[in-house]
Design a protein around this ligand. Sequence first.
Ligand code: TRP
Length: 331
Amino acid sequence: METVVSGIRSTGNLHLGNYYGAIQNFVKMQHEYNCYFFIADLHSLTTHPTPADLHGNVKQVLVEYLAAGIDPETATIYIQSDVPEVAELYLYLNMNAYLGELERATSFKDKVRASPDNVNAGLLTYPVLMAADIIIHKATKVPVGKDQEQHLEMARTFANRFNRLYNKEYFPEPFAFNFSDNLVKIPGLDGKGKMGKSEGEGNAVYLSDSPEVIRKKVMRAVSDSGPTTEYSEKPVEIQNLFDIIKVVSSADTYEHFDNLYNTCQIRYGDLKKQLAEDIIIATAPIREKINDIANDTLYLRQVARHGAIKARESASKTIREVREIIGFKSF
Ligand code: TRP
């Protein structure tokens, strides 16, 4: 059975984009592959190093993974920092990662541009750690969004380079993977790009948002004064709202508002009201579980320990073999 690895950085609550873009894939894949899903808390240190926030952020992602339906008996769910073998492999891979290729990574350049005062080596070698996450379990499939494509390509480069250097076909190549053919894209509510935490207040609907907060955010979503010619093309901010409706609402609802748009009778207040209610309904099962799971410390502890044991079993086997390949020997 093929092995799947994916992770989400622990920098706070998950939003609709995380859910429909990644976690829904995880939930489906867990039954068909040997899955490892982890919380990338080491990665979060590159941008979010505050000790007081760290544990809460990790807990939030763990709770939301579980509430969304990842089953810790079926998939292996673990916290990255619980598996020190990952950090060891990262060290070995760093020895053969070149400064030039790391500096050229788009995500690195974006981060440098965004915060020129915090260009730490961890940011530079972020893709090396990500490669270690993936190849430590010899994964071949990685469910991630389009924005991670370049990181996956680098993971293949590092895996292949290791194999070539030591003249052994040891690590398989990992590839980005989407469970369904149509990549689900969840735009933000700000009328611009994708839903994301760093895009500003009100742009993202979080899985943990209460119905009142969801209504408030959706009602404030950017729209315009409506079309004036029939069957005109939708401007980006309106298309965004329709894109979200397509994912969370029924086909009838989509058609209803599409018709009103095409005949210039649409009232965005009505559309937003409906959209908010449909988001509330779609996320209700997760929201209901979030609080219960968050309050069950015993269960969370058990899940984290169980996951760490399973992940370390696989990771320590790889590290044992890698040490041998590299040439470490005991006296
Ligand atoms: N870089 C990923 C992101 O920002 C998170 C991540 C870290 C990851 N390690 C990974 C994803 C390994 C897949 C596999 O979304």
